[in-house]
Structure formats: structure tokens, C-alpha cells
Design a protein around this ligand. Structure first.
Ligand SMILES: Nc1ncnc2c1ncn2[C@@H]1O[C@H](COP(=O)(O)OP(=O)(O)O)[C@@H](O)[C@H]1O
Ligand SMILES: CC(=O)N[C@@H](CCC(=O)OP(=O)(O)O)C(=O)O
Length: 259
């Protein structure tokens, strides 16, 4: 039987709030079994860029990453955010190890080809190094990935954290019984985005299409659900969406996705 693995992605809205992040990290550290944390940090990168007088440009939820922006996100994602999270987890008894996709050659990507838009130094993932990640996990370490990959030719690439999480889940799905959790500030996919009690508890492919047609799924939720179904279509067993309290075993208020 495959061993259980939890892959948890935490978004920028939680990361930028110190108290919320601390609460989340306590819940994450209490999660039993093998686990991986993937963090974003887009909001902090936008804030630092603005302080430095650099405008942030997003298209379809993805950051246009020129050389200057790549430097900023490397400092924010792989530096400040990643190392703070690792130190916080260490203080909670978790032997976390912070990684970008270049570390241990863990996530290989290629620069997104220019079509209508030139995204600059944005990477589309070619594969994850399941061997090295499995070794870290089985030696008791807790990998903490930031939103960066590399191309193997010395180039770091900005890669959306939701996509890193789903590709890690897909890559590790052959070795582990993987559950993928997308944690954000809402308690799940909501029928009415202003009403936290309107959580849709289960979404299958049919319901997903219906919610798309009705316009219930919008903004950041669109690429997020694309990633979720991509994972389910590639043998990831379970995908859940909700706020940090879904990591508690007795909380039923979150969204579970099925094919
Ligand atoms: N039906 C919906 N249910 C919940 N959130 C939704 C929905 N439609 C759009 N959203 C928006 O999607 C956002 C989450 O996407 P995003 O900001 O990309 O997440 P993350 O914090 O992981 O980066 C929510 O903050 C919410 O404003
Ligand atoms: C290519 C691309 O858009 N990368 C994202 C990576 C960070 C991220 O995904 O952060 P959240 O999960 O907090 O949104 C960005 O730079 O915003």
C-alpha cells in the first residue's frame, strides 16, 4: 500500500498577514504523516516592487516577469518568505527544508514560449524530480517549496505556486497516496463570493462546467480549479480547497473535488 502524503499550498493573502500565517503554520505542523508545503507570495512581491518604483503587470493571473522583476521575486519568494516559513516551522518541531525548483534539481521547466504575450522569465514545468523529493520525505524532512523553477541552463523562472503544487502532486502520485490541499482565505468554492456560508461541498466535472457557465467561478478561482482538475485527471487521489481550518480533522466545511 502507498504511504500517505499531504501537499499543502498556501496563498499570498494568508502569507502577508503575520498572525494568519502563524496560525496556519501551527495547523500545518500538527498535520500527521509526510507532507510538503508550497507557498506563493505574489502580494508581497507586488508590494516590494511598488516600493522600488517598479510596476507589476499581471495577465490572466500570471506575472509578466522581466529581469528586474525576476530579481525581486527571487528575493521575496526564495529568500524572505521561504526562509521565514522554514524558521517558523523549525520552531514548531518540524524539520523543514526550504527549496526552489533549482535546489536538488527538484523542478525543471522551460521559459514560456512567446505567443500573443511575452511573459518573460516565467516557467512551464517539464517535470519534478520525484527521486530526490522522495528521499527528503523518507529521511524525515518537510520540503517547503517557493514559486520558482529552473531550466537547467542557469536560468531561474517564476512559476505559479498553484501549478507547482499540482505538478508535485502529479509527479509524486505514483509513489504516494497524495492529497492536495489548496488553502486560501475563503472556506472553499463559494456560490456567492460574499457569503462564507455558501460553500459548495463537492464539485465533480459536471458541476464544474455548470459553475463555470454560471460565472460562479471567477478571477483567481479560474486557474486554481484548472490546476485541481489537471491533478485529478493525472491520478492525484484527492483535491481539497478551503481555508486553513480544513487541515483540522473535524472540520467539514471545505470543497472536495472529484472527476
Ligand atoms: N466562487 C468563488 N469562491 C471562492 N473564491 C472565489 C470565487 N470566485 C472567485 N474567487 C476569488 O478567488 C480568490 C482566490 O484566488 P487567488 O487570489 O488566486 O488565491 P491565492 O490566495 O491562493 O493566491 C479568492 O480570494 C476570491 O476572491
Ligand atoms: C508566474 C506567476 O504569476 N507566478 C506567481 C508566483 C507567486 C504565486 O503564485 O503566489 P500566490 O499563490 O500568492 O498567488 C507570481 O509571481 O505572482
Amino acid at each position: 500500500m502507498k504511504e500517505k502524503l499531504s501537499i499543502v499550498k498556501i496563498g499570498g493573502n494568508v502569507i502577508e498577514n503575520t498572525r494568519e500565517l502563524e496560525k496556519f503554520l501551527t495547523l500545518f505542523s500538527e498535520l500527521e504523516g509526510m507532507k510538503i508545503l508550497v507557498h506563493g507570495g505574489g502580494k508581497l512581491a507586488t508590494q516590494l516592487a511598488s516600493k522600488l518604483g517598479i510596476e507589476s503587470k499581471m495577465v490572466g493571473g500570471r506575472r509578466i516577469t522581466d529581469a528586474e522583476t525576476l530579481d525581486i521575486i527571487t528575493m521575496v519568494y526564495a529568500g524572505l518568505t521561504n526562509k521565514n516559513i522554514v524558521a517558523q516551522l523549525q520552531s514548531r518541531g518540524c524539520n523543514a527544508i526550504g527549496l526552489s525548483g533549482a535546489d536538488g534539481n527538484s523542478i525543471r521547466a522551460h521559459k514560456r514560449p512567446v505567443k500573443d504575450i511575452d511573459f518573460g522569465f516565467v516557467g512551464d514545468i517539464d517535470g519534478v524530480n520525484t527521486k530526490i523529493i522522495s528521499k527528503l520525505l523518507t529521511s524525515g524532512l518537510i520540503p517547503v517549496f517557493c514559486a520558482m523553477s529552473h531550466d537547467g541552463q542557469g536560468q531561474l523562472l517564476n512559476t505559479n505556486a498553484d501549478t507547482i503544487a499540482s505538478e508535485l502532486a502529479i509527479g509524486l502520485g505514483d509513489t504516494f497516496a497524495t492529497t492536495l490541499y489548496y488553502c486560501f482565505e475563503k472556506p472553499g468554492v463559494l456560490l456567492n463570493v460574499f457569503d462564507d456560508t455558501s460553500v459548495v461541498k463537492e464539485i465533480d466535472t459536471k458541476k464544474y462546467k455548470q459553475l463555470l457557465t454560471e460565472g460562479v467561478i471567477a478571477d483567481g478561482m479560474l486557474p486554481k480549479l484548472e490546476n485541481c482538475f489537471h491533478a485529478l485527471n493525472n491520478k492525484v487521489e484527492t483535491v481539497c480547497l478551503g481555508n486553513m481550518y480544513m487541515l483540522e480533522s473535524n472540520n467539514p466545511f471545505f470543497t472536495t473535488l472529484t472527476l
